[in-house]
Design a protein around this ligand. Structure first.
Ligand code: KG4
Ligand code: ZN
Length: 342
């Protein structure tokens, strides 16, 4: 049976992460260390790329050492090094990928340049025994897309946001209502006390066919409503948060139904599964509405544990294993890439 141990490194946004994963015969996360930089960025209301890159440099060596030690591994136990080579904030990507190259060169082990989105896309195969093909909804601060995952390296983007990512829309909404960063958890918390029906907010693009989404108009409509009522009280903030969250959940549910229908047309003989990934998947109302939409379409619903849904290095190590199993991997000449569509 095929079994290997891979060190994964992730530095494409504001998490510095390293992990050791074994597989594919017997899947095991030996360690999964994540250091969030949120505290370094809160004062600025969002991630500052230059600060992020410097913070990665400062802590990455220690995070890698910790991942190895928690896994009880020495360098000799590692078969390959996998690192995010894009897409993402280029300063951070350079730090992680160059560190991985240095380790690979010094130790003579193969390097695997992992696409961050591929990491998210394959995570459900680490946590569940999920065969290809399946449908992935990736909803984070940087991405909002439906992906048809047909195999390792075989992805088709079925639909995406034409403007803001959903997490980004949550963050901007929070900012304009005076709530802290990151906005998602703050908006969700306020929404608990809110009346989603008080304000009429749009469901952008839903009148159009296809799987694309748009969230900028929703945010603008919310700003207009908020301006009219200035200075706004806590109840109004709560009602706006609830209305916003409900609108996002409605859009996602409708698009999920359409995506599952498309999946059924493409793969009539495959029982459909929707996998969600990304920080926005932490949102309870969104989860519930996705669950309802998948149940209505008689599809399975998989939400990996939150620690593996948000940015982490276990998913990068696992993607490395999936690639390694298929044969030769990457060489040292591969550049880090700020943009890298799947
Ligand atoms: O996947 P993630 O940790 O990092 C990347 O963006 O790659 O996602 C972070 C995003 C942020 O925009 C944050 O506001 C959002 O996910 N988020 C949420 C919730 N928790 C985090 N959005 C809505 N509801 C939440 N509970
Ligand atoms: Zn991500």
């Amino acid at each position: 049976t095929l079994q290997m141990t891979v060190l994964g490194i992730e530095t494409s946004c504001d998490e510095t992460a390293a992990a050791v994963v074994r597989g594919p015969a017997e899947k095991q996360i030996l360690s999964n260390v994540v250091r969030s930089q949120i505290d370094d960025h809160t004062a600025f209301g969002g991630v500052v790329p230059e600060i992020a890159a410097r913070a990665h440099i400062k802590v990455l060596d220690g995070i890698i050492a910790e991942a190895l030690s928690r896994a009880d591994c020495g360098w000799d136990d590692i078969d390959a090094v996998a690192a995010t080579a894009g897409p993402g904030l280029i300063g951070g990507v350079i730090v992680g990928f160059m560190t991985a190259k240095a380790i690979a060169m010094a130790s003579g082990k193969p390097i695997i340049a992992v696409n961050h989105l591929e990491g998210h896309a394959l995570t459900a195969r680490l946590t569940d025994d999920l065969p290809f093909p399946f449908l992935l909804l990736l909803v984070s601060g940087g991405h909002s897309q439906f992906l048809l995952v047909r195999g390792v390296g075989d992805y088709e983007r079925l639909g995406t946001t034409i403007d803001d990512a959903i997490g980004e829309a949550f963050d901007k909404t929070a900012k304009l209502l005076g709530l802290p960063y990151p906005g998602g958890p703050a908006v969700e918390h306020m929404a608990l006390a809110g009346d989603a029906g008080r304000f009429k907010l749009p469901r952008p693009l839903l009148d159009r066919p296809g799987l694309d989404m748009s969230f900028a108009g929703l945010k603008t409509a919310l700003r207009t409503q908020a301006k009219k009522l200035e200075p706004i009280d806590d109840q109004t903030i709560a009602d706006l948060c609830a209305g916003f969250q409900k609108a996002v959940a409605d859009v996602l549910a409708a698009r999920t139904k359409a995506a599952l229908q498309l999946f059924g047309e493409r793969h009539p003989d495959v029982p459909p599964t929707l996998v969600v990934a990304g920080g926005v998947a932490a949102n309870q109302e969104i989860r519930t509405s996705l669950q309802a939409a998948t149940a209505a379409a008689q599809a399975d619903f998989i939400a990996p544990p939150m620690a593996l849904c948000t940015d982490n290095a276990a998913m990068i190590a696992w993607a490395g294993i999936e690639r390694l199993v298929l044969g030769p991997v990457d060489d040292m000449a591969l550049p880090p890439r700020p943009r890298w569509p799947l």
